[in-house]
Design a protein around this ligand. Structure first.
Ligand code: PLP
Length: 440
């Protein structure tokens, strides 16, 4: 009998014993192609020698030094590497152990910045429906996933949620993309005005929406407008790139594709590529300098901030991305992956939309393609698809609730950047068989 408190008490799951490139291997020797990198984590696959060696070397040299007493080479060097490539005025890096911690730090930094900037009345946060920012209470409160929030609602801080930028389901038939971008972004300005412009501290959004909507990029112009609105009212823009950042969408920082830069940015997942738990919050020099010139310290902290082994792994991940040219590769193989997905699935009667960027793709399923009507949620299609794909030896990430937390189903694909062309075929074939088993 197991003493693990698992995610699902009644699920019978295999024991993973090894990783080999894009595959995970269970105790019976069955191989699974990791088509979602777990949850968009394992960008380098499961046996990257550079990263595992860097972890061993760092453990031999120095396993832990508390950031209250010391800084370390791997943390300093990883911060330098990130800032050298970061967009806009991002200048400082605060290393944490995962995505939720990065989001918590971002929320608290935004609040402390305004206090030290002489605007303590700025206390309201605005985020978007159908978003996910993590499961700790602050991150859950900003998240707009109705199902995840439901039972914890009495514990959550008050956050305004505006519409996501979700063209497939929310652009009107007679509306251009530009008009839709303007309408979706206008919700932010309306909400700032409703709350009182001097009371809003930050707007938080995923650059490309991940698990909740299924790899939905913004339409052109949307984030330019959002940036303008934030600037107009002194509201900080926090971008959550925990899932879509670190090369996943074809740029190290996903917002580069939209030509904007945030005031605060959150990353995790691909930063450690699954080899170590690590996340980070990046902020501009203006925010940092305000704190430095004021109280001189960010009133936050965790024991494992800037952990030497985690930052050594992150440093090795960024070296691997650069030296193996993996981000241009994401764009190239991403194009071929997209073509293969469209070729095989676009005409299927239950496929409503295929969207994404780089190696981050979502397929949304509908009962009626013309009317874009989702399936009855009681059919439990996402769960069935996950099971059928797993039986085929494919790990993918299906989710229900695409439209409103309850209705809608999609599958998220986020394969390792080292995937080959043959493996594109393997993913598409396995997914096709799984979809046939569930829908036909
Ligand atoms: N933000 C986004 C966009 C995510 O996708 C996730 C996790 O899936 C998180 C935050 C939370 O990250 P973590 O699970 O590492 O706490």
């Amino acid at each position: 009998m197991s003493h693990i408190f698992p995610r699902h008490c009644h699920a019978d799951i295999p024991r993973a014993v090894a990783g080999d490139g894009c595959y995970l291997i269970d105790a019976d020797g069955k191989r699974y192609f990791d088509g979602s990198g777990g949850a968009a984590v394992s960008c380098l696959g499961h046996s990257n020698a550079r990263v595992t060696q860097a972890i061993k070397d760092q453990a031999d040299a120095l396993a832990f030094a508390h950031t209250g007493f010391f800084t370390t080479d791997p943390a300093e060097e990883l911060a330098d590497m990130l800032i050298a490539q970061a967009p806009g005025d991002l200048d400082r890096v605060y290393f944490v152990s995962g995505g939720s911690e990065a989001v918590e730090a971002a929320i608290k930094l935004a609040r402390q910045f305004h206090i030290e900037n002489g605007a303590p009345e700025r206390r309201h946060l605005i985020a978007r429906r159908q978003s996910y920012h993590g499961n700790t209470l602050g991150a859950l409160a900003v998240g707009g996933n109705a199902w995840r929030r439901q039972q914890f609602a009495p514990l959550l801080i008050d956050v305004s949620h505006i519409a996501p930028c979700y063209e497939y389901a929310e652009r009107a038939e007679d509306e251009t993309s530009e008009a839709y971008a303007a309408r979706a972004a206008q919700e932010l300005e309306d909400e700032i005005l409703r709350l009182g412009p001097d009371t809003v501290m930050a707007f938080l959004a995923e650059s490309v929406v991940g698990a909740t909507l299924g790899a939905v990029p913004p339409v052109a112009d949307y984030f330019t407008r959002i940036r303008e609105i934030c600037d107009r009212y002194g509201v900080l823009l926090i971008l959550d790139e925990v899932m879509c950042g670190m090369g996943r969408t074809g740029h190290l920082f996903a917002c580069e594709a939209d030509g904007i830069a945030p005031d605060i940015l959150c990353i995790a997942k691909g930063l450690g590529a699954g080899y170590q738990p690590i996340g980070a919050m990046l902020c501009t020099d203006a925010i940092y300098d305000r704190i430095a010139a004021g109280t001189g310290f960010f009133q936050h902290g965790h024991t494992y901030l800037g952990h030497p082994i985690a930052t050594a792994a992150g440093r090795a991940v960024l070296q691997e991305l650069a030296e193996e040219d993996l981000i241009p590769r994401v764009r190239e193989i991403g194009d071929r992956f997209e073509a293969a997905l469209r070729d095989r699935f676009a005409q299927k009667p239950h496929v409503g939309d295929i969207r994404g960027r780089g190696l981050f793709w979502g397929i949304e399923f509908v009962a009626d393609r013309g009317a874009r009507t989702p399936f009855d949620p009681t059919r439990g299609l996402a769960g069935k698809l996950k099971k059928a794909a797993f039986a085929e030896g494919l790990i993918c990430y299906p989710m229900p609730g695409t439209r409103d937390g309850r209705h809608g189903d999609h599958v998220l694909l986020a394969p390792p950047f080292i995937m080959t062309d043959d493996q594109i075929g393997e993913v598409v074939d396995k997914l096709d068989r799984a979809m046939t088993a569930v829908f036909d």
